[in-house]
Each structure stands twice: as C-alpha cells, then as structure tokens.
Ligand binder design. Sequence first.
Ligand SMILES: [Zn+2]
Length: 121
Amino acid sequence: MYDPQEILGAAKAILPVLPKLLDEPTANQLQAQLNSHLATQDIAKIWETLEQSPQTQRWRSKYLNQEVATRSVSQLAGDMVAQPSGLIYACPHCDYRDVIFLLGMDPDPCSDHPDAVLHRV
Ligand SMILES: [Zn+2]
C-alpha cells in the first residue's frame, strides 16, 4: 500500500498537468473533484478520482513507482527527478499519454500505434 502522504502528493502534482492528460471538460471536472478531496484530505476519494481515466491511472502508477524508487535509494536518485508533475508525451493518433519523471528516460510507445513518434505536450 502507498503512504497517504504520497497519494496526497500525487493529487497535488497531477493538478497542473490534467489539461495535458485529458480533454478540457474532463480535466476541469477532475480538477474540481481533486481540489475538494484535497481540502478534506480524503485519500480514498482521491484514489478513486485518479482511477477515472486510463491517462490518470497511468500517470498515478508511474508517479507512485517513482516515489517508491526514490524513497528506497540514495539522495542521488532524488536529484534525478526532472519535475514533480513530469513531462507528458502524447500519441499523435489517439488520446494515449505517457509521463516521464526522470531525465534521460524515454516514453513507452502507444500500444495501438507502436510506430508513432510521441510528442511533448
Ligand atoms: Zn496511439
């Protein structure tokens, strides 16, 4: 299980990138939900909110994996974090999104369009 602080951290970090992960109405809706759950510190509701789309699920699991990885190794790994909300890459053919938190890593290809070149958004 993840630490509640890490889930709160994920919710705060994803807020500014929701417009890059989702279409505008969905991003606005999830931002409003997350802000109200952050205000009440409702971890279960935050988790559910991040579960509502494949894009946010993917972002969440990568964020938390990165948190666990940096927690368990030296300070050096902490210095490798590019930015808390990550760099978002998009498939040009569909709504697939991937995120990179550590400098020098490549985004995972879109499973439906493996030859597509993902672009930063
Ligand atoms: Zn695609």
